[in-house]
Each structure stands twice: as structure tokens, then as C-alpha cells.
Design a protein. Structure first.
Length: 140
């Protein structure tokens, strides 16, 4: 059931403009990450028409400021020829509300992506019970 639901949402995000589908993006991330016991930093890579190219879990565990993190996200975006990315953080034990470190990482990644003309569409932080979209709070 979960796999079928993920496939339907994935297909929709791959074929339609993701900019018009913020609820589907959040649902996709929730379903993909809901059963995990670990913290993750993931990235949804999109083309210039906001269609999903790929979703990848890049870092497991607590996210801390690291130039390596920024390099990995940038390298993967360039490899996939992505024009847009959505950052997703999952914290199974914490709050969906971004903390100062989350905001700092978001700004570092946003600045690095701008060098390559790659747009950070959203930074979504999820917990088992909540979801916080930076774009919906007009902070991007």
C-alpha cells in the first residue's frame, strides 16, 4: 500500500510542475521518511520545470555545518543537471521547527547553489507528528 502510494505521488511529481504541488511534495517526504528511526538530510532534485528528477537520502544522523555537506549537495545537483532542489530534514525525535543550525545549513546550501544557478525551492523539516516548510512561512 505504501509503495503504491509513493509510486503514484512520485509519478505525479515527475510529470507535473512541483511548484503547484506543495502538498504532494510534503506527502511524498512524509511517506518516504515516516518509518525511519534515524535523522536524515535528503534532497529532491528537480528540473527547470519543477519536475522531480530524483529523491536522495544524502546524510544520516544529526546535520551539522560542514563544507562537505554543501559540496555533496552541489555535486549531486550538477550531476543530475538539476535546476531546483528541495531540502528535506527528518528528525524522528525532535521538532519540525528549524533551529539555528538548520537555518545556517540552509543558507550555506542556498548560497552554494546560487553559484551554479540552482534554485533552493524549499527547506522542509519533518518530525513524526509535524512538518515545517520554510517556503510556506515565506522565509526563503
Amino acid at each position: 500500500m505504501i509503495s503504491a502510494t509513493l509510486n503514484v505521488i512520485h509519478k505525479k511529481l515527475s510529470e507535473e510542475n512541483g511548484l503547484a504541488l506543495p502538498v504532494e511534495i510534503e506527502n511524498y517526504l512524509r511517506i518516504r521518511l515516516a518509518c525511519d528511526k534515524d535523522e536524515w538530510l535528503c534532497v529532491m532534485f528537480m528540473n527547470n520545470q519543477y519536475r522531480m528528477i530524483r529523491f536522495e537520502r544524502l546524510f544520516r544522523g544529526p546535520v551539522s555545518g560542514s563544507s562537505n555537506l554543501v559540496k555533496v549537495v552541489a555535486r549531486k545537483a550538477i550531476e543530475l543537471n538539476a535546476a531546483v532542489i528541495v531540502l528535506a530534514q527528518y528528525d524522528p525525535l525532535g521538532s519540525a521547527e528549524p533551529n539555528d543550525e538548520d537555518r545556517s545549513i540552509r543558507e550555506e546550501i542556498k548560497a552554494a547553489m546560487a553559484i551554479f544557478d540552482i534554485h533552493l525551492l524549499d527547506h522542509i523539516k519533518l518530525s513524526p507528528s509535524d512538518c515545517y516548510s520554510t517556503a510556506q512561512h515565506e522565509l526563503l
